[in-house]
Write a protein that binds this ligand. Structure first.
Ligand code: SF4
Length: 98
């Protein structure tokens, strides 16, 4: 863990006994249970003062499991894809390709 991660993680709202709702159990999890668990975790994230730093860290590390910064792994992947997609072409640029 880097110094900045230690700094923001000390303020994380997910510290403590409810930490288990942020990650799937080791046993198989039914879809309804997963949705409920993720909803609980996201509710905690929504009131967390370090949500942005947490999400940035998860995106940078390509965290493949759990809720980070209020997003699950699928939502983070989608966000990463959006971030990597180049900005839309301006109208004048687009004309060159038509
Ligand atoms: S945003 Fe969510 S996962 Fe990240 S530190 Fe806060 S409560 Fe924990």
């Amino acid at each position: 863990m880097t110094a900045s991660v230690i700094e923001w993680s000390a303020l994380a709202a997910c510290k403590g006994p409810h930490r288990n709702v942020f990650f799937p159990p080791s046993a198989l999890e039914r879809k309804e249970d997963r949705l409920l668990r993720e909803q609980q975790a996201k509710r905690i994230c929504s009131g967390c003062c370090v949500q942005e730093a947490c999400l940035d860290e998860a995106l940078r590390n390509q965290e493949s499991h759990g809720i980070w910064g209020g997003l699950n792994e699928v939502e983070r992947r989608a966000k990463s894809t959006l971030v990597r997609t180049p900005p839309e072409l301006s109208r004048s640029d687009a004309r060159q390709y038509n």
